[in-house]
Design a protein around this ligand. Structure first.
Ligand code: GDP
Length: 280
């Protein structure tokens, strides 16, 4: 998806119109990269509305990182933070319902909930899990549906069937690489080789054991990103004529297997890397 200023204005306007009738905003983040998958516009526009930060795709994330993020956000952020696997309907329903119950101000009626976040974080999946039926089309669509309806739920919350779709922030290079590695940026808009290089560097530093296991790499273990991509490509037969390594294919293997969780449960961000030191 390409976000143009017009789309951004439209989204802001949509949120401004929706907010007054919303009781709780579910801010959907990717549990593997909860900083880079956020859009600070929500902090500004949703100041007056209670918010639940939902770290989704916890089944793909490193459980250690997720525990640390939950502690971090529950201390720093005035609201609730929960971690879920949005594809698990029962877990999603229970966790979100509990969180909404604790912060909803208006107890007289069902809480009106709006789901918001950047593409691919799992908004539609979560909405469908909450509604117990298909109310949202999954997949990346920047278009904003004009008419809003609340999905009728038997339970205690009403979910608006139109999510607030925010744009990813691509201003810093490493954040953009993490978003691309997670699948939040369309493949046509990213350079596989660059993202794979960035990812390989990171995995070598943090997840060597998982790499060893997945690719059965022999010693001497690759010590640079290029060596790692080359070793993976060779193992997977990503070769061009004459036995030359096909870097594009090798890079795609690494990214694809990271996204699908085949390398293991991996988080691309930890709170300690994002804490700003307090001024002296
Ligand atoms: P949206 O663009 O924010 O509405 O995201 P979608 O709901 O379309 O989800 C994007 C992709 O992530 C889809 O392929 C979903 O099946 C997948 N997905 C969503 N939630 C989870 C989750 O908790 N775990 C895993 N493994 N995949 C998920």
């Amino acid at each position: 998806i390409q976000w143009f200023p017009g789309h951004m204005l439209e989204t802001k306007e949509f949120l401004r119109q929706m907010i007054p009738s919303v009781d709780v905003v579910l801010e959907v983040l990717d549990a593997r990269l909860p900083i880079s998958s956020a859009n600070p516009l929500l902090d500004k526009i949703c100041k007056s509305v209670p918010r639940v930060k939902v770290l989704n795709k916890k089944d793909l994330a490193d459980p250690n990182a997720t525990t640390q993020w939950l502690t971090y956000f529950n201390e720093k952020f005035h609201g609730q933070c929960v971690a879920i696997n949005g594809t698990n309907k029962t877990e999603t329903w229970k966790t979100v319902d509990d969180a909404v119950k604790t912060i909803n101000r208006n107890k007289a009626r069902k809480a009106r909930v709006m789901v918001a976040g950047i593409p691919n974080t799992g908004k539609s999946t979560i909405m469908n899990s909450l509604a117990g039926k298909k109310i949202a089309k999954t997949g990346n669509t920047p278009a904003i549906t004009r008419h809003q309806q609340r999905a009728g739920l038997k339970n205690k919350i009403d979910v608006y069937d139109t999510p607030g779709i925010l744009w990813p922030i691509l201003e810093n290079q490493s954040g953009a690489c993490r978003l691309a590695a997670s699948g939040a940026i369309s493949d046509t808009a990213m350079d596989y080789a660059e993202v794979a290089h960035f990812t390989a560097d990171y995995l070598l530093e943090r997840y060597e054991a998982q790499l060893r296991e997945r690719y059965r790499l022999k010693d001497p273990f690759p010590s640079t990103a290029n060596e790692l991509i080359e070793a993976i490509g060779t193992r997977r037969g990503c070769l061009k004529k004459g036995g030359i390594l096909n870097w594009q294919k090798a890079s795609e293997v690494l990214i694809r297997e990271l996204r699908s969780g085949k390398i293991g449960r991996i988080s691309l961000e930890f709170p300690r890397d994002h804490l700003t030191p307090s001024p002296e």
